[in-house]
Design a binder for this molecule. Structure first.
Ligand SMILES: [Zn+2]
Length: 341
């Protein structure tokens, strides 16, 4: 077995994936046509997923969201991304979605989450994959809207929705401080907390997310390497970072995989879990991000073993389940590693 086959076969936890960013181009086109959403001209649907910068990417992301309206549309995109994940041996995923994006388009929160839950249930039946949902605040919208989002979650509780996150462009001039109220409400209601932080901005944002918002893990976090103090603190506290090599090399590091900060984070001993962010939109998948980490960031077999365990540590599941996953997955991992050429 070669390295790529090995990386595809190992069991995986997926903690950093956005629902709308995981919609296949063909599905996006079909759904937009179904609902009369006008798309830019294209020859092949995949041409739509070519953009010069993150803002053009987010524009496409929002445009695609307009085509997801009916409960069955949400079920379809959720099922499709989970079936792809299962093909790469992802066993457990915590998937972000942006309720306010769909609500602004006139979709009822219940329609959105119940469709996603239908997709989760169907994927579990067909592939055995498990998935939970993370409602993400769009940081480019107002803090008041974030509070409304949490109020909506509280009024429409679903067991599958277990946490909140914070996403969209961090370098858009919006600081995480703005969302203290939404995070406080979510925390008091028992939701788990994460946020995209220091993907593009200084490590102060990581400290804000940990100390003011109460986040339990950090999505991206690459600029942590600018502060030895923050790195040491995160290492000592065992903060899990959910890193996505491919999408961020493209967006923030000039496609320079060899100088991506993930390597320094790994060397320093930070707890890294790898994932693929928005797979079709960045032409990646749950295996390719690991392959790039191996080819360019010094990740070897033992590092991938650690990443797998870090993903289990960072997952919002009960400790007995985590113990069982650590034990069984480690055995599986070792059996696969023994077959590695
Ligand atoms: Zn992300």
């Amino acid at each position: 077995m070669d390295m790529e086959a090995f990386l595809k076969a190992i069991p995986k936890v997926s903690l950093h994936l956005h629902l709308m960013g995981s919609v296949q181009a063909r599905t996006a086109v079909e759904l937009c046509q179904k609902h009369g959403v006008v798309l830019p001209d294209f020859e092949e649907p995949e041409d739509l997923y070519d953009y010069p910068d993150i803002y053009k990417f987010l524009h496409m992301y929002d445009n695609t969201a307009l085509g997801v309206v009916d409960r069955e549309d949400f079920e379809r995109i959720c099922y499709e991304t989970l079936s792809e994940a299962a093909d790469h041996n992802v066993r457990y995923r915590e998937m972000s979605f942006n309720p306010t994006t769909h609500m602004a388009a006139g979709v009822d929160y219940g329609t959105c989450v119940d469709g996603l839950i239908d997709g989760i249930n169907a994927a579990r039946t067909d592939y055995g994959i498990e998935c939970r949902l993370v409602a993400a605040v769009n940081r480019m919208e107002s803090p008041e809207l974030a509070v409304e989002m949490v109020e909506t979650m509280l009024a429409n509780p679903r067991d599958e929705v277990i946490g909140i996150g914070l996403d969209y462009a961090e370098d858009s001039g919006t600081s995480p401080e703005r969302f203290w109220k939404a995070y406080g409400m979510a925390r008091r209601a028992g939701y788990r907390l994460t946020a995209h932080a220091s993907e593009a901005e200084p490590p102060r944002n990581i400290e804000t997310c940990l100390d003011l918002l109460g986040c339990e893990r950090v999505d991206h976090g690459y600029h942590v390497v600018e502060s030895e103090d923050v790195m040491r603190r995160c290492r000592d506290e065992g903060v899990v970072f959910t890193c996505t090599p491919v999408s961020t090399a493209w967006v923030y590091f000039d496609n320079d995989f060899d100088n991506h900060p993930i390597e320094r984070m790994r060397e320093f001993g930070l707890k890294i879990s790898l994932d693929c962010d928005d797979p079709p939109m960045f032409k990646t998948d749950p295996t390719k991000d690991l392959v790039m980490a191996h080819n360019h960031m010094g990740f070897e077999v033992e590092d991938f073993r650690q990443c797998m365990l870090n993903g289990i540590d960072g997952a919002w599941i009960d400790e007995p389940d985590k113990r069982s996953m650590r034990r069984h997955w480690s055995t599986e991992f070792d059996d696969l590693a023994a077959n590695l050429a």
